[in-house]
Write a protein that binds this ligand. Structure first.
Ligand SMILES: Nc1nc2c(c(=O)[nH]1)N[C@H]1C(S)=C(S)[C@@H](COP(=O)(O)OP(=O)(O)OC[C@H]3O[C@@H](n4cnc5c(=O)[nH]c(N)nc54)[C@H](O)[C@@H]3O)O[C@H]1N2
Ligand SMILES: Nc1nc2c(c(=O)[nH]1)N[C@H]1C(S)=C(S)[C@@H](COP(=O)(O)OP(=O)(O)OC[C@H]3O[C@@H](n4cnc5c(=O)[nH]c(N)nc54)[C@H](O)[C@@H]3O)O[C@H]1N2
Ligand code: SF4
Ligand SMILES: [Mo]
Length: 676
């Protein structure tokens, strides 16, 4: 009789949902990977992309990397021969050792990000880079750093959000610049829909009429980059209707009075012109949000704008003026960090190992740094795929052909990036080692439980870096801390009182019995201890003292703003090598509004070329009023190597930085539309 076993584990993708998974094994072999029916968020079904990829590419031994590889062909050709771990690590240790020995540690660049966001697999390798004083390409600068920097200025913290369970006390939820229907499918399907069914008004602020927007009570379909003007117009209505929470402002907010002239000037009629949103809808949304208690989900898409930091500061003013904080059913969420569950991030990355400091650069400068032998002599990429996901794609890939750049790539699969590497190391997937996962939306702690051995000689990231530390002759005990010790130490920091075996049986636990109130004590870690709408620190950083009612100018005639948000079927570039996913995706498309398509003379399915100063891309036309005039949609994450012209949307994305924290301005990209 077949022996059947069910293992509960957790999806460690960079996703709001952190789904519970059941792995069924028959006779010791994984039979399927499904959604956990007992998991409060997942309710039995994984998202479409993971349901396919975890039963497809991720368990396909023909696609997975199984041994260390050494390059034999030219860089970029992807020609390798298998070598032993000893040979591979010996060569890496020798090369890095030479750079460290000649005082060139900072020329060792490493990039990492969303391959896995499980706690150990996602962070442990940083310990060795700290020890050797390498340069980290700051991962958040390609994703969400402007928003973090802005929230830190205003609230003193960016990693404390609302507890989603507080929706039961909310009368209104704004989703501002996120697309849960793609990027948080279970929060969309369950959390948001349940809240609406219970009577909360759902408002979506987004240039795209995506499925979450379509299902909302109010969709403010604004022009990209016009959010700050809209926020000021909402504030205008709040004040004009006498809905400002004056007691809250007096007690907890710094600088509200300084904002009043700009608020008074931004009438809904003026904002309607700047943002392209009807004034009546602005009125309606402002009243619903101000009546409260209200939650505000701050998406990551909205701050990936040239003025993204300012946008967040303006939205923060809306939260402050309406007093939607520090009480049941109120608050905002950018993300919920590990600290809220007691976990000290330093216990993961061990910054104390960095005796001689480390370096840091923005992802926006990566291509330039990789071109420059004074800035980079070695490049190690793990948990990421910069040849697909980073800006300045063509320039970056050209830089990766440099013969004097020693490149190590660590991945589960051959990717457009591994093609350039001198050494490729095979990583184990989340199904193949124990770890912990913390949702960045819900305040939970989850177990990632080993369900199978890695294929061939693949190893978890952390084990690769332990072995590399050994090959380099390091002796700091922190570089060799074992997974089970680390898991026990981390779990002990959380409020959860069980051990890993207990957690593994349950899959996921919530760590606060009741919905946690965000900023319950209304104490803020700012210099004044209050919410700083007017910020002296901002001035010191060369930023305006106050948020500005800014709206980007619409693109000039003949140009189009390109948004490249999360795809339904890809997770960043992950899953782009799964054949079923590829079929679902079809050819890469540019979605245009019917008016723009008609004006430019395109029909659905026509080939189109889009180009700008950074590069060009050929796509197929799709036509839909989910887009708006002046704007096109090209979802992120296609694999350049298997796309027309060996490129994806990042061929068009420059290294332009947003107004804060040297962060990405990807959603500010403009192109010209050309017939091929
Ligand atoms: N145009 C455009 N570009 C964007 C964005 C956008 O909105 N528009 N979004 C940006 C954002 S938000 C982000 S976060 C970045 C993400 O960019 P990346 O973090 O580079 O994400 P992926 O491209 O999915 O690359 C992750 C890689 O990790 C590998 N991997 C998976 N698990 C493991 C593991 O356990 N170990 C190792 N070593 N590897 C593993 C996967 O196979 C994959 O190749 O992209 C950015 N790029
Ligand atoms: N399926 C899937 N899920 C994912 C990912 C994925 O690649 N695929 N990536 C994961 C990662 S790394 C991240 S960071 C999150 C990101 O998930 P989200 O926070 O949802 O971010 P994006 O998908 O970049 O963009 C979200 C929305 O921002 C909107 N937006 C763009 N410009 C503006 C603007 O000027 N104003 C306003 N108001 N909105 C604007 C876009 O139209 C889009 O609908 O998703 C995670 N989940
Ligand atoms: S990517 Fe997100 S929605 Fe899909 S299974 Fe993983 S956690 Fe769930
Ligand atoms: Mo991201």
């Amino acid at each position: 009789m077949a022996q059947s076993q069910i293992i509960k584990t957790t999806c460690p993708r960079d996703c709001y949902d952190a789904c519970g998974i059941t792995v069924t094994k028959r006779n010791g072999v994984i039979a399927n990977v499904l959604g956990d029916p007992d998991h409060a968020i997942t309710r039995g079904a994984l998202c479409g992309k993971c349901a396919i990829a975890y039963n497809g590419a991720w368990r396909d031994p023909a696609l997975r990397l199984t041994t260390p590889l050494k390059r034999v062909g030219a860089k970029g050709k992807g020609e390798f021969t298998a070598v032993t771990w000893d040979e591979a690590l010996g060569e890496i240790a020798a090369k890095l050792g030479r750079l460290i020995g000649t005082g060139k540690s900072r020329s060792i660049l490493h990039t990492h990000y969303t391959g896995t966001v499980s706690l150990i697999g996602g962070t442990f390798p940083i310990r060795l880079f700290n020890r050797i004083g390498a340069t980290e390409v700051d991962p958040d600068t390609v994703c969400n750093k402007a928003g973090h920097a802005a929230l830190e200025l205003v609230f003193g913290s960016s990693a404390e959000g609302f507890d989603p369970r507080s929706a039961k006390d909310a009368n209104c939820i704004i989703v501002w610049g996120a697309n849960p229907s793609h990027s948080a499918p279970h929060q969309d399907k369950h959390w948001l829909k349940d809240a609406r069914a219970a009577g909360a008004k759902i408002i979506v602020v987004d240039p795209i009429a995506h499925d979450t927007a379509k299902a909302a009570d109010i969709h403010l379909k604004l022009r990209p980059g016009s959010d700050a003007a809209l926020a000021f117009a909402l504030l205008h209505v709040v004040r004009a209707r006498g809905l400002a929470d004056e007691a809250f402002l007096t007690r907890h907010v710094l600088g509200s009075e300084e904002l009043i002239p700009a608020i008074e000037a931004m009438t809904p009629a003026r904002a309607a012109e700047l943002c392209g949103v009807p004034a009546t809808l602005i009125e309606e949304a402002a009243m619903a949000y101000a009546a409260g208690p209200s939650l505000l989900w701050l998406g990551q898409g909205v701050q990936r704008q040239p003025q993204g930091g300012n946008v967040f500061r303006a939205i923060a003013a809306l939260i402050a003026f309406t007093g939607n904080l520090g009480k049941k059913g109120a608050g905002f969420c950018y993300l919920n960090g590990a600290q809220l569950r007691g976990i000290d991030p330093a216990s993961l990355t061990a910054p104390e190992l960095a005796r001689d400091g480390t370096g840091s650069i923005s992802h926006m400068d990566l291509a330039a740094a990789l071109e420059d032998p004074d800035k980079s002599l070695a490049f190690i990429n793990w948990n990421n795929n910069p040849a697909a996901s980073s800006p300045e794609q063509k320039r970056l890939r050209r830089a990766l052909t440099r013969d004097d750049l020693f490149h190590v790539a660590i991945d589960l699969f051959h990717t457009d990036t591994t093609n350039y590497a001198d050494i490729v190391l095979p990583a184990a997937s989340f199904l193949e080692f124990d770890d912990l996962v913390l949702s960045y939306f819900d305040l939970t702690v989850s177990a990632q439980v080993k369900a199978a051995d890695p294929p061939g000689e693949a190893l978890p990231n952390q084990e690769i870096f332990r072995q590399l530390a050994r090959a380099m002759g390091c002796d700091d005990p922190l570089l060799f801390e074992r997974d089970d010790d680390l898991i026990a130490r981390l779990l002990a920091q959380t409020p959860y009182r069980g051990n890993f075996a207990d957690l593994a049986k349950l899959g996921t636990v919530t760590v606060f019995p009741e919905p946690r109130i965000q900023f319950a004590d209304l104490a803020f870690a700012t210099p004044s201890g209050r919410i700083e709408l007017a910020s002296a620190r901002a001035e010191q950083q060369g930023l305006p003292r106050l948020p500005l009612p800014h709206a980007d100018a619409p693109p000039e005639h003949g140009r189009l703003r390109i948004l490249s948000p999360a795809s339904l079927w890809l997770m960043n570039s992950s899953y782009g090598n799964d054949k079923v996913i590829r079929r679902r995706l079809g050819p890469p498309t540019l979605t245009l509004h019917p008016d723009d398509a008609a004006q430019a003379g395109f029909a659905a399915g026509d080939p189109v070329r889009i180009a700008n100063e950074t590069g060009e891309l050929t796509l197929a036309i799709a036509i839909s009023d989910t887009a708006q005039p002046g704007m096109g949609i090209v979802h992120k994450g296609r694999w350049p190597g298997s796309s027309l012209g060996d490129a994806n949307v990042n061929a068009l994305v420059s290294g332009r930085k947003s107004d804060m924290a040297e962060s990405t301005a990807v959603h500010g990209t403009e192109v010209r539309l050309l017939h091929p």
